[in-house]
Write a protein of this length. Structure first.
Length: 270
C-alpha cells in the first residue's frame, strides 16, 4: 500500500481531459456555462488541457478549480483504455465517460481508506480496512463492462462503516463526548473561535460559515461542504478526512494551521 496517496492524486498530463467532458455543468456560482454530459468544455484544447486553467476563478469556474478526480482520470486513460482517447476512438467515448464516473468513486473510496489506515487509534480496524483497500484497488483494474455493472453504492456503504469506526476510535482519544453535528445546516453560521475538537461534522453544510480561529483538530469533516467558509486562523491540525478540494473551496490565510499533507491554496489571503 506504499505510495497509495501518490497514486490517488490527479495527473492531468496522463489523462485525456475526462473531467472537462464527462460531467454535465449547470450555470451557477460554480460554473459560468451550461454543458451537457459528454460534451467537451469549450475551453478544452486539442491537447486535452484547460485553456484557462490559471484563470478559472476569475472566468467564473471556481467549481472546476476545486475539482479532484483522485487520480481516476489517468487510471481510466492509461489502464482501463490502455492509452486510447475519445477523440481518436470516438466509439469508446460514451463508455469511457461512464467508466470515469465509476472510477472516480472508487478512487475517492481508496483515498479515504488510505487516510484511515494512517490513524494509530484505528489499529483495531487495520485488517478490515486493508482488505477493503485491496478489494477496491482490484476493482479499479477491471474491464469497463465490469466497472459499469458495479454496485458502487453498496460498496460505499460497506466501506463507510469502517471509516466511521476509524473516526470514532480516533476522536474518542481526544474527547470522550465530542460535538455531534452530522449533516447539520450551518450555512453562514458564526463559529468564530468555536471549540470543535473531535467534532463529528460528516456531511455538514458549512457554506460561508465563519470559522475564523476555530479549533477543528481531529474533527471529522467527511463530505462537509466548506465552500466559502472562512478558515482564517483556524486550527485544522489532524482534521480527519480533510480533502484538498475542501480546502480549495474555502478561504483561509497564513495563520490557518493545516495537516502536513495538505497544500495551502494559492488563492488564500497572504
Amino acid at each position: 500500500m506504499a505510495g497509495a496517496h501518490r497514486d490517488l492524486r490527479a495527473d492531468c498530463a496522463r489523462c485525456v481531459g475526462l473531467c472537462c467532458v464527462a460531467p454535465a455543468l449547470t450555470r451557477s456560482a460554480d460554473f459560468a456555462i451550461d454543458k451537457p454530459a459528454g460534451r467537451p468544455c469549450p475551453h478544452l484544447s486539442a491537447e486535452f488541457r484547460c485553456g484557462i486553467h490559471e484563470r478559472l476563478r476569475s472566468n467564473g469556474f471556481p467549481g472546476c478549480a476545486v475539482y479532484d478526480c483522485f487520480g481516476a482520470g489517468q487510471k481510466v486513460t492509461q489502464v482501463t483504455y490502455a492509452g486510447r482517447d475519445w477523440r481518436g476512438s470516438p466509439e469508446i467515448a460514451e463508455p469511457m465517460f461512464r467508466t470515469f464516473a465509476v472510477m472516480r468513486q472508487l478512487h475517492e473510496l481508496l483515498w479515504y481508506v488510505a487516510e484511515a489506515l494512517m490513524l494509530p487509534p484505528a489499529r483495531p480496524l487495520r485488517d478490515p480496512l486493508a482488505r477493503a483497500f485491496e478489494e477496491t484497488e482490484r476493482l479499479t483494474h477491471e474491464r469497463p463492462e465490469v466497472l459499469l455493472d458495479l454496485d458502487v453504492g453498496t460498496l460505499r456503504d460497506q466501506v463507510n462503516g469502517l471509516l466511521k469506526g476509524a473516526s470514532a476510535l480516533t476522536r474518542a482519544e481526544v474527547r470522550p463526548q465530542p460535538p455531534d453535528r452530522r449533516g447539520a445546516s450551518l450555512i453562514g453560521a458564526d463559529l468564530r473561535g468555536a471549540d470543535l475538537r473531535a467534532a463529528n461534522l460528516r456531511g455538514a453544510s458549512l457554506i460561508g460559515a465563519d470559522l475564523r480561529g476555530a479549533d477543528l483538530r481531529v474533527a471529522d469533516v467527511t463530505g462537509a461542504d466548506l465552500r466559502g467558509a472562512d478558515l482564517a486562523g483556524a486550527d485544522l491540525t489532524g482534521t480527519l478526512f480533510l480533502t484538498q478540494a475542501q480546502l480549495d473551496a474555502a478561504r483561509g490565510d497564513t495563520a490557518t494551521r493545516l495537516p502536513p499533507a495538505r497544500d495551502r491554496p494559492a488563492h488564500w489571503a497572504r
